[in-house]
Design a protein around this ligand. Structure first.
Ligand code: ZN
Length: 120
């Protein structure tokens, strides 16, 4: 994710996070950012989202959240991010300034920062 963000300093990169529980990210899949202005916003390719939900229903990995980058360097969720945080429990990883921070959607429009631990 960090490398992907570093390669795209002028647009938000984004992708899906998969894991066996809401606490542990096992895989991150890069997706197309289909936002009208990808330099200021992200919108994960809806086809990728649909495919992930379908796969999960079929016994595949759980979709536990998504990641995106902030080329402006601000590490906190933007007002747009908070507006979009309507799926309670989902994990939001935000990449800015070469760091990743983690937030959890705890209610409509509410993202609470949670500690992030990197493990092998
Ligand atoms: Zn954002």
């Amino acid at each position: 994710m960090l490398a992907e963000a570093a390669r795209a300093p002028e647009r938000e990169i984004c992708g899906l996070l998969f894991g066996t529980s809401g606490e542990h990210v096992a895989a991150a899949h890069s997706c197309a950012n289909v936002a009208a202005d990808p330099s200021r916003a992200f919108e994960i390719d809806p086809l990728a989202l649909i495919a992930a939900h379908k796969a999960q229903r079929g016994g595949g990995p759980n979709l536990i959240g998504w990641y995106h980058s902030h080329p402006n360097g601000r590490p906190e969720p933007s007002p747009c991010d908070r507006d979009a945080a309507n799926e309670v429990g989902k994990l939001w990883l935000i990449i800015a300034q070469g760091n990743v921070r983690a937030w959890r959607a705890t209610g409509a429009g509410t993202l609470l920062e949670i500690p992030l631990e990197l493990v092998d």
